[in-house]
Design a protein around this ligand. Structure first.
Ligand code: SAH
Length: 231
């Protein structure tokens, strides 16, 4: 795979100009030159073979020579709704969920959440998704939804719905995840008994990942990797 660069623009055969952070990365950080081969993607599910035509410090002109339908998505549509851990660990969480192939991420607001996700956080996380997709080869971006309260989250339905919780997880019958699966992950303080009761009331199944208490980001990544394998 040639080095991958992202653009939000529609792509087609012919010339395209990159600017912003991607042009900076291509020209200044990686020092690509006219004639070099790169791969472009914009999240439409394809990747585009391109050749560098011209570079300056702010812009790069590329010539797209081929469009390839290359899916690196997992067979199961996985949504993860999770409380955000602090600082860099939120970036780690989103990076790993992108690598594992999660389709959609929802920053959750729960009673014990310490991080209140702001819109700027969401924008920053969207950038993490792009960087991770450049690295792992995904041609579709994991979408990042707006911060959502537990109550609003429980009002929705999207495939099989599981709540990861440390205690008394009934062994969850492994069901078909053909319609997708949604996993909810709590904050470091865990979900409150009231939140768990509300989830059960809303028809959610509680799932334990074993007797050890995992960090938020570990639980999210392990849960997503497990779910992505079940067709
Ligand atoms: N003291 C809290 C720990 C929370 S860990 C408690 O006992 O609930 C943060 C989140 O990660 C949890 O809310 C849960 O969603 C998930 N998690 C951590 N360890 C888990 C495990 N062993 N099984 C299932 N979910 C787990």
């Amino acid at each position: 795979m040639a080095d991958r660069f992202y653009t939000p623009q529609p792509l087609a055969l012919g010339d395209v100009t990159l600017d912003g952070p991607e042009a900076h990365h291509l020209a200044t950080v990686r020092r690509f030159e006219p004639g070099d081969a790169v791969t472009l993607f914009n999240g439409d599910g394809r990747e585009y073979a391109a050749e560098v035509v011209a570079v300056d410090r702010k812009r790069a002109t590329l010539h797209v020579t081929a469009a390839l339908d290359l899916s690196r998505e997992s067979a199961v549509r996985v949504t993860v709704a999770s409380a955000l851990p602090k600082g860099d660990r939120a970036d780690y969480l989103v990076e790993k969920l992108t690598e594992v192939g999660v389709t959609h991420f929802v920053p959750l607001m729960t009673v014990r959440s310490v991080v209140v996700p702001k819109l700027t956080t969401v924008e920053k996380l969207a950038r993490v998704v792009i960087e991770a997709s450049k690295q792992c080869g995904r041609n579709r971006l994991m979408t990042v939804g707006p911060p959502t309260t537990w109550r609003d989250f429980l009002a929705r339905r999207d495939g099989v719905q599981l709540v990861l919780h440390t205690s008394n997880g009934e062994p969850t019958p492994v069901q078909s995840f053909a319609d997708g699966v949604t996993l909810a992950v709590g904050p470091e303080g865990g979900f409150t008994p009231v939140e768990i009761a509300a989830a059960i009331e809303a028809g959610r199944a509680v799932l334990s990942l074993g007797p050890r208490v995992l960090r938020v980001e570990t639980a999210a990544v392990v849960g997503a990797a497990w779910a992505a394998q079940l067709g």
